[in-house]
Ligand binder design. Structure first.
Ligand SMILES: *Cc1c(COP(=O)(O)O)cnc(C)c1O
Length: 413
């Protein structure tokens, strides 16, 4: 593929105009939107306005006047539309980790018993997902909660009468492999078990149909493909059929049926509201609110189509060089089987990643020896792929990645 092809593809791209909605430094090619999404211009504006015009001038009145109090539900409803859920099934709060604690406990209290105590997940799930279950396990004891880990390919067949819930991350953070949530959901229900889905690497980059797939619980973050900024609050989804019996142990005052009655006894609110714990982080929740508007006019199918085209184009460019055989693609070879990233194993992955960053191509490194390229269809361009490959080619052929500067590692990789 030559240069005209890439610029032609950008001209033909129906969502190319979306890039304008983002602040992006001109000397940077950003392939890390799967870790921290770029800044939407509207977010900077919304945070500024909330700070100065709302907090700064209306002070505490803002909770009512600017509807801060309902942000978790109104923002939750906006997220619901992106993940195929009903508006009242999603709420914005806390982090994925904290929300996992709530939903794992909710699942145990709903279907757990002496026999049924296993939370089934995969060895290479994101560590926090596993840590949170380990925490529940050590707190409740193994007679109530036991974490069992299997290989991804064996997950579906490992579900049995002892399973409380399958804890599945739709897109694997290392390899980018995509699991079939609908199939897992059916298999879990067939055994009387539930499914908890982690949408960290899928929300905002592909169509998701939680209600249609009958997923029981789900969690996801807003700072990756949803572009809401560092540490922005996460979301949690609970299927309507669990709302009446829903119970989770972090019984904070925001999950009370009437927080401002200040009653000494906890009485749970109705439905998804029960997932709330404490005061929402208004500044970053306004950031989530504004960031979601970027998706208003783009169908998720179109986002997915471009995402697959981007990974295919990059994958193809990675095969055309003398150094290509040293990069082992650890993502599935077909775009339909993966999310919006490509991961390559290389013995010098860390050093190559640092050399790329120095040249303005931002990818990330994941232990032990993977380099990850994430593609954000709302702002990445086909031409960026071509430019990045030229830079990578230079780094590989001149071997600048062997520079001793990159022998020591940074804290955040
Ligand atoms: C990014 C990510 C998380 C992050 O969890 P937080 O508690 O929000 O920091 C969790 N799970 C997966 C699969 C992730 O990719």
């Amino acid at each position: 593929m030559n240069q005209t092809d890439f610029s032609q593809r950008d001209r033909d791209d129906p969502i190319a105009y979306k890039r304008e909605a983002f602040e992006l430094p001109s000397d940077t090619i950003y392939f890390d939107g799967n870790s921290l999404g770029a800044l939407p211009k509207q977010v900077a504006q919304a945070v500024d306005e909330t700070t100065r015009m709302q907090w700064g001038s209306d002070l505490i009145k803002s909770w009512n006047q600017h509807d801060w109090i309902n942000l978790p539900t109104t923002v939750g409803a906006k997220i619901a539309r992106l993940i195929g859920a009903h508006d009242d099934e999603v709420i914005c709060c806390d982090s994925i980790s904290v929300n996992l604690f709530k939903v794992i406990c909710a699942a145990i209290s709903e279907v757990g018993n002496d026999q049924r105590r296993v939370i089934l997940s995969t060895h290479d799930n994101f560590p926090t997902d596993l840590y949170m279950v380990q925490g529940v396990e050590s707190f409740l004891g193994q007679q109530r909660c036991e974490l069992k880990l299997v290989e991804e390919a064996e997950l579906i067949n490992a579900i049995d009468k002892n399973t409380v819930a399958v804890l599945a991350t739709e897109v694997n953070f290392r390899t980018g492999r995509r699991l079939d949530l609908q199939q897992l959901s059916q298999a879990a229900h067939g055994q009387g078990a539930l499914i908890v889905a982690d949408l960290a690497h899928s929300a905002g980059v592909m169509p998701i149909h939680l209600t249609e797939w009958q997923v029981d619980y789900a969690v996801g973050c807003t700072y990756k493909y949803l572009n809401a900024g560092p540490g922005a609050p996460a979301f949690v989804y609970v299927n309507q059929r669990h709302h009446a019996s829903l119970k989770q142990p972090l019984q904070g005052w925001f999950g009370h049926t009437n927080p401002f009655a200040f009653e000494p006894k906890y009485q749970a609110a109705k439905g998804i509201q029960k997932m709330l714990v404490g005061t929402p982080p208004v500044l970053s929740m306004q950031a989530v609110n504004a960031a979601l508007d970027c998706f208003d006019d783009v169908p998720m199918e179109q986002v997915r189509t471009k995402s697959m085209q981007l990974t295919q184009a990059f994958q193809q460019q990675m095969t055309a060089h003398s150094w290509s055989p040293d990069f082992e693609l650890i993502s599935p070879p077909h775009a339909e089987q993966r999310g919006s990233q490509l991961s390559y194993a290389h013995p010098k992955a860390y050093e190559i990643c640092q050399a790329l960053i120095e040249r303005g191509v931002i990818a990330d490194f994941r232990a032990p020896n993977y380099i990850r390229f994430g593609f954000a269809p709302l702002y990445n361009q086909f031409q960026e792929i071509e430019r990045a490959i030229v830079i990578l080619d230079d780094i590989m052929t001149t071997q600048t990645y062997l520079d001793p500067r990159w022998q020591t590692r940074l804290t955040v990789t």
